[in-house]
Design a protein around this ligand. Structure first.
Ligand code: NAD
Length: 398
């Protein structure tokens, strides 16, 4: 992974060996290309605020952080994302700080403590995690574990009196999402999902173009995200830990894009799956195409895969033109185009933006734009996609 970071910071484009077996996933997400240092806008288009598709959830009063102090985050699970994106992202935040860690690997404790100055009193393992309730330095627990563990640690964190930021996909089922939302409501704690793209300027801009109908009425969305997954032994290929395959992991970005571009929930979903490597993908999905019809009449055509790269886009075709991103969902290198010209923004750190936004929603006692209800809505659609594949028929959603 050091090699990866060196490559990243050097801005290189050579192939690297990532820790999950191959260059594919990290290469895809790290798709960094040099960006201009200043924001430039299309002459016809001015920047605006993003839109929210989140439903309001019950308010959680920020009882001891009214003054806007930096909130202490504890990361649960110190794998690739925590190590390479979230912890570095925390250093770039204005309203957050890395205050604690939760890990099952003792060797990581010393490394992280030294690197980030974390005192022993803020280092937990999975067994003593619940005693985090007695730690006033930790305000937010950020759950960065395999998908099936999100529910347990979100609920335990809420019961310990902590606000929760949980990685995507929110859980392995809509029912689990509902239980997580209910636990955070009961504890009067805020819950948000790690939908980092919603804090990325190109995505914020296409939300605005959609909302303001800058290119007329939206007609069709095309969106996809996929990559060739490496190591066949990783948890992402185990159904009990991952809950699904490419769709749960990266197809969810294309689904999200369709939902936040339309501002609607799909009314009908139809899906098909192709499985060409039965051994590697015997537990989870490999390649899925799905279509969605939204109540306004917008049609979406989406795809996702774990078996090839080059799928990383979203495009909205409208009555008076089009706009889109390609590549669309990496940590950097997002490129926007429209029928009137290019969209160019400096991307910044999406994780820092996501965490600062959550801190702000806690400090100001406002609902996050990526509250738990957003994760639930994605899981409802994902379950409909899997149901359509199983039954071979379109699924209507109320
Ligand atoms: P990872 O495999 O690199 O790390 C997982 C961590 O969980 C490791 O520290 C591991 O030790 C720990 N763990 C605890 N119990 C485990 C178990 N039973 N099996 C496997 N690992 C266990 O994974 P990651 O890439 O860091 O992903 C973590 C979460 O973050 C996932 O939910 C994933 O979907 C999400 N994620 C989000 C993004 C994003 O851009 N928002 C990117 C990557 C991953």
């Amino acid at each position: 992974m050091d090699t990866l970071l060196a490559w990243l910071f050097a801005g290189g484009h050579r192939k690297i060996s990532a820790d999950r077996g191959g260059e594919t996933r990290e290469d895809l997400l790290m798709n960094l290309t040099p960006r201009p240092n200043r924001r430039r806008f299309l002459s016809q288009i001015t920047a605006g605020a993003g839109v929210s598709t989140a439903l309001p959830a019950r308010s959680a009063k920020a009882d001891h952080h009214g003054g806007g102090k930096k909130l202490g985050f504890a990361l649960v699970g110190l794998g690739s994302l925590s190590t390479n994106q979230i912890a570095p992202g925390l250093l770039k935040t204005k309203h957050c700080k890395l205050a604690g860690i939760v890990t099952g690997t003792p060797a990581k404790e010393k490394v992280w403590a030294e690197k980030y100055g974390i005192p022993e009193s803020c280092i937990y393992n999975y067994e003593n995690f619940d005693s985090i309730k007695d730690n006033p330095d930790i305000d937010v627990v950020y759950v960065v574990l395999p998908n099936s563990m999100h529910k347990e640690y979100t609920i335990r964190a809420a019961e310990a009196g902590k606000h929760v930021l949980c990685e995507k996909p929110m859980a392995n089922s809509a029912a689990d999402c509902e239980a997580m939302i209910a636990a955070c409501q009961k504890a009067n704690r805020k819950l948000a999902i790690g939908y980092r793209c919603q804090f990325e300027p190109h995505h914020v801009e296409i939300m605005r173009l959609a909302r303001e109908k800058s290119f007329g009425d939206m007609k069709i969305i095309e969106a996809g995200f996929g990559f060739k997954i490496g190591n066949p032994d990783q948890w992402r290929l185990k159904a009990d830990l991952a809950g699904g395959g490419a769709l749960m992991d990266v197809g969810i970005y294309a689904l999200q894009a369709c939902r936040y571009l339309t501002g609607e929930e799909p009314a009908v979903i139809s899906a098909m799956e192709a499985k060409t490597d039965l051994e590697k993908f015997n537990e989870v999905d490999e390649t899925i195409v799905w279509s969605m019809k939204f109540p306004s009449g917008v049609l979406a055509n989406c795809n996702t895969t774990y078996n090839f790269s080059g799928v990383n886009h979203c495009k909205a075709s409208c009555s008076n033109g089009w706009f889109g991103l390609d590549p669309a969902y990496g940590y950097g290198g997002i490129t926007g185009k429209t029928s009137k010209g290019d969209l160019k923004f400096e991307s910044g750190d999406q994780f820092a933006g996501e965490m600062d936004d959550f801190a702000k929603s806690i400090n100001e006692d406002k609902e996050s734009r990526v509250a738990g209800e957003e994760g639930l809505k994605d899981l409802i659609a994902i379950e409909a996609i899997y149901k359509s594949i199983r039954t071979g028929t379109p699924v209507k959603l109320s």
